[in-house]
Ligand binder design. Structure first.
Ligand SMILES: [Zn+2]
Length: 398
C-alpha cells in the first residue's frame, strides 16, 4: 500500500514524552489494517499473536512494527486532518485509470458515473467532538453527528464500484444553493434525481408545457421479466429552475412506467445538463436510475460492514472521527485495485463468489496462522482451494 504509506508520512507528530512508544506510522497502519481486513477484532488478535509467536500478521502483511492499543491509535491519530488521505484516493484512481481498469465501468457515452450520496455517522446525544454537527430538538435534547458526501463510481453493467474521497459537511455549509447549481457552477456533468413536484418552478413549467411536449414524448415496450410494460419517456431541454429571467436552465427528463390502462404506476424524474434527444434519453434515464443501485449494493456494504467499525476505535476529541471514516472508505478502492490488478486475489474472489466470504476467510486465517506476507496468504488460499496459481502479485500491500 505504497499510496497509503506516502499519505500517512504527512500526518502530524504531536507525541508527548509519555506517548513515544508507538509511531504515528504504526498507529495509522494498525487502524487501516482493521478497515482493509474488515475485521474490528484484528488488532486484539494480532497483539495476542505477537505475544505468543513474537511476530504477527499486522507486521508481516501490513508493516506495523509494534501494534499500538486502541487508546494509542486514538490519541496518535486524533490531530491528523482527513484531507491528508486525499492523495491516496487520487493515486488509486489514477492507477486504475492508467491500467485501463476503469474502462469496464464507463457508461454509454464513455463517461464515468459518480453517484453522490450522503452518509451520517457517529450519531450521539452524549459523546461529541470538535467537528460534530448538531441538531437541537425542541424538548432540549441535542443530537451530535457527522455527515459526509461519499462519491462512488458506479456502473450499469458491473457490480464493481470505486469510492472516491469523501467530502465532509460542516455545520456552516447550509443548503442555500440547490445541488444542481453547485454542480453546474463547478462545471460537472450531472444527472439529478428530482421528486415530481419538488421544484415548484420546474413543475409549473412542465405542467404548462405538457401539451407542447408531444414531439419529445415517445413510448417503448419493455419486458420486465414478468410482463410487457410500456415505458413513456418525455424530455425538454432548457427548463428554468427558478422563476426569474437569469435562472439557470436544466434539461428535464421523465420515465413513466404505464399500467395496462395507460396511467403511470411509477415515475422517475431527473434533471441534467446533458443535451437530451429522442435517441439518448433512455440511456440517460438508465444512468440516473443506476444511482439507486449503490443504495442497494455499495452503501449497504459500507453501512453494514464498514460504518459499524467506527465503534471499534471510539471517537477522538479533535479530528479522529472523520479521519477514520476516510480511512474506512479508502479501504474500498484499495480492494478494487487488488481485485482488478492482482491475479491471485482476483481468482480467489471469483471462486469464493462473495466479498464477505473472502474477508471472512482472510479474517479467520490471519487470526490463527502467521503468514510471511499478503502474497503468502493468497498462495495458501489458492492451494487449499485447489486453484492453479495465476502468477505473482503486482501491487505491494505494505
Ligand atoms: Zn464529532
Amino acid at each position: 500500500m505504497g499510496f497509503f504509506g506516502q499519505a500517512i508520512a504527512t500526518f502530524p507528530d504531536l507525541r508527548t514524552a509519555e506517548n513515544t512508544r508507538y509511531s504515528i506510522r504504526d498507529a495509522a497502519l494498525g487502524a487501516f489494517s482493521v478497515f482493509f481486513n474488515q475485521s474490528p477484532s484484528l488488532i486484539a488478535h494480532q497483539r495476542s499473536m505477537e505475544l505468543s509467536k513474537g511476530k504477527s500478521n499486522a507486521g508481516t502483511i501490513f508493516g506495523v512494527h509494534q501494534i499500538p492499543t486502541d487508546n494509542h491509535i486514538r490519541s496518535l491519530l486524533d490531530p491528523a486532518e482527513e484531507s491528508l488521505l486525499a492523495p491516496a484516493f487520487g493515486k488509486v484512481f489514477e492507477q486504475l485509470h492508467a491500467e485501463g481498469k476503469l474502462t469496464g465501468l464507463r457508461c454509454f457515452d464513455g463517461s464515468l458515473l459518480v453517484a453522490l450520496d450522503g452518509a451520517w455517522f457517529h450519531n450521539s446525544e452524549s459523546v461529541h467532538c470538535k467537528q460534530c454537527n448538531y441538531r437541537e430538538h425542541r424538548e432540549g435534547r441535542t443530537t451530535y453527528y457527522h455527515s459526509a458526501i461519499t462519491p462512488v463510481i458506479v456502473s450499469l453493467g458491473s457490480n464493481r464500484v470505486v469510492s472516491l474521497e469523501p467530502e465532509f459537511i460542516w455545520p456552516q455549509d447550509g443548503a442555500a444553493k440547490q445541488d444542481c447549481e453547485l454542480l453546474l457552477e463547478h462545471r460537472y456533468n450531472c444527472i439529478l434525481t428530482c421528486k415530481y413536484g419538488s421544484n415548484s418552478c420546474l413543475k409549473k413549467w412542465i405542467d404548462e408545457a405538457d401539451a407542447k411536449l408531444d414531439s419529445n414524448e415517445h413510448f417503448e415496450k419493455h419486458w420486465d421479466g414478468k410482463r410487457r410494460r410500456t415505458r413513456r419517456y418525455r424530455f425538454a431541454n432548457g427548463v428554468p429552475i427558478r422563476d426569474d429571467e437569469n435562472a439557470l436552465t436544466v434539461n428535464w427528463m421523465e420515465l413513466a412506467i404505464l399500467g395496462e390502462d395507460g396511467t403511470p404506476t411509477a415515475r422517475h424524474v431527473f434533471v441534467t445538463n446533458h443535451e437530451l434527444t429522442r435517441e439518448n434519453v433512455a440511456a440517460y434515464v438508465d444512468a440516473g436510475r443506476s444511482r439507486w443501485k449503490i443504495e442497494n449494493q455499495h452503501n449497504n456494504t459500507l453501512k453494514t460492514k464498514g460504518y459499524n467499525l467506527e465503534h471499534n476505535f471510539g471517537r477522538g476529541k479533535e479530528k479522529l472521527a472523520n479521519l477514520l471514516l476516510s480511512m474506512n472508505l479508502l479501504a474500498f478502492p484499495f480492494h478494487t485495485m487488488f481485485e482488478l490488478s492482482e491475479p491471485r486475489n482476483r481468482l480467489i474472489r471469483k471462486t469464493l463468489l462473495r466479498r464477505d466470504r473472502f474477508f471472512h476467510d482472510v479474517k479467520a486465517l490471519t487470526q490463527y496462522f502467521l503468514f510471511d506476507s499478503w502474497n503468502a496468504l493468497m498462495r495458501f488460499m489458492l492451494e487449499r482451494l485447489d486453484l492453479e496459481d495465476p502468477g505473482r502479485i503486482a501491487v505491494p500491500v505494505k
